[in-house]
Design a binder for this molecule. Sequence first.
Ligand code: ZN
Length: 88
Amino acid sequence: MEVRDLKLDGNAIGGILLELFGAELTAAPCVCGGCGAREEVARLEVYVGAGLVVRCPHCEAVLIRIVQSRARTWLDLSGTASLELGSP
Ligand SMILES: [Zn+2]
């Protein structure tokens, strides 16, 4: 049986980003490294499979990958041109 990845929006990773960065980032602007589109994290597309894959809603480039085990988190931001962290 094939399990299709579950597609969510960027609010789905709000909790994990808060845990990793210590800041609420769903409203943070994220610039796609592929097409240069600038979108709030909440508007990105999140696919839940073995880990979390966050894609650009414009060009579908992978912006962020997050894989967690019990003791570690792997965070891959290589598809992101920038992620803007504001002060609270
Ligand atoms: Zn893009």
